[in-house]
Design a protein. Structure first.
Length: 283
C-alpha cells in the first residue's frame, strides 16, 4: 500500500512523521519545498510536484488551508493519480466544497472522502484526538483501519455527504466563541485585580462545563417561560462587567455584542423570561 501526503504544514508534517515511525513509506509534497525537504531525513520521499508525489499512491492525503487550496492542489496532482486512488482530505472546508469535490472526483473515477479533524500537531504526531467522516459508508469501511491509526477516535457521522465538514465547523465555532468569552472573563478579572491563576482555581472548584448538556437542552427547548435567571437580571450583571472593564481601560471582545442582543429581547418583552431566550432565533 503506497501513500502520499500533500501539504506539509504543522498538521500534515506530524501526520507524516507518525506514519514514518510506523514503518510506512510516504511520498510528500508541499508548495513551499523546504517544508517537504525537512522530512527527508525522517525517511519521506520528497517530490517537486504534486503529480509526481501521488504517482502509484493508493491513498492520497492532504491538509491545506481552505477550499480553494484543496481544489488547486488536487488539480495539480490529478495527472499523476493512480486509477482508483482514494483521496482523503483532512482540511477544514465548507460543506458545499466537500459535497462538490465528492461528486466531481467520483465523476472522474476517484473516491474522495472528507475527514476533518479535531487534532493539533501533537495529536497528529501521537495518533490522538478525533477525526470526523461522513458519506459513502462502503468507502468509510474501506479506509477505517487506515484512519484508526492516525487518530484517537474516528467519528462516523453517517451517510450524509458534507456532514463531517459541518460538524467540524460547528466545533470550531464553539472554540472561537469559547476563547473569546474567556478573553473577556480574564479582562474582567484583570480589572478586579484577580489573576488568571485565581480564575483558574474558581473553575477547578466550579466547573461550568458540566452545565453544557442541560444548557443546550434548555436553549433548544423553545420554552423560556420558567426563568432560572431572568434576562433583566443577566443584563444588569452584564452591564457591571462592561462598566468595570471600561473603568480600568480594558478591552472586551464579545460582551458588548451580547448586551446589545439582550437589549433587543428585553425590548420585545422578554425581560422576565429565562435569559437563554437570547438564543431563540438560532433554534
Amino acid at each position: 500500500m503506497a501513500r502520499a501526503f500533500l501539504g506539509m504544514g504543522l498538521l500534515g508534517a506530524n501526520f507524516v512523521k507518525a506514519m514514518l515511525d510506523k514503518g510506512e513509506k510516504v511520498r510528500v509534497w508541499n508548495r513551499n519545498p523546504e517544508r517537504a525537504k525537512a522530512l527527508e531525513a525522517s525517511g519521506a520521499e520528497v517530490f517537486a510536484s504534486a503529480a509526481d508525489a501521488v504517482k502509484g499512491a493508493d491513498y492520497v492525503h492532504l491538509t491545506v488551508k481552505d477550499d480553494a487550496a484543496v481544489n488547486e492542489v488536487l488539480a495539480a496532482a490529478a495527472p499523476g493519480l493512480k486509477p482508483g486512488a482514494v483521496i482523503i482530505d483532512h482540511t477544514t472546508t465548507t460543506v458545499e466544497g466537500a459535497k462538490q469535490r465528492t461528486e466531481a472526483w467520483k465523476d472522474k473515477g476517484f473516491a474522495y472522502l472528507h475527514a476533518p479533524v479535531f487534532m493539533g500537531p501533537a495529536n497528529a504526531r501521537e495518533g490522538s484526538g478525533y477525526m470526523l467522516v461522513s458519506g459513502d459508508q462502503a468507502l468509510v469501511e474501506k479506509v477505517q483501519s487506515l484512519l484508526d491509526k492516525m487518530t484517537g477516535k474516528v467519528i462516523n457521522l453517517g451517510p450524509e455527504e458534507g456532514k463531517a465538514a459541518g460538524m467540524k465547523l460547528i466545533g470550531n465555532s464553539f472554540l472561537v466563541a469559547f476563547v473569546a468569552g474567556l478573553s473577556d472573563t480574564l479582562a474582567l478579572g484583570k480589572a478586579l485585580n484577580i489573576s488568571a491563576e485565581d480564575v483558574g482555581s474558581l473553575f477547578d472548584i466550579w466547573n461550568p462545563a458540566q452545565m453544557l448538556p442541560a444548557r443546550l437542552q434548555r436553549l433548544s427547548s423553545g420554552d423560556y417561560s420558567k426563568a432560572s435567571w431572568e434576562l433583566n437580571m443577566a443584563r444588569k450583571d452584564t452591564q457591571i462587567f462592561i462598566n468595570t472593564v471600561n473603568e480600568h481601560n480594558g478591552s472586551l471582545t464579545v460582551l458588548p455584542a451580547i448586551a446589545a442582543t439582550m437589549d433587543k429581547w428585553i425590548e420585545k418583552g422578554f425581560g422576565t423570561s429565562d435569559w437563554t431566550v437570547i438564543a431563540k432565533d438560532a433554534v
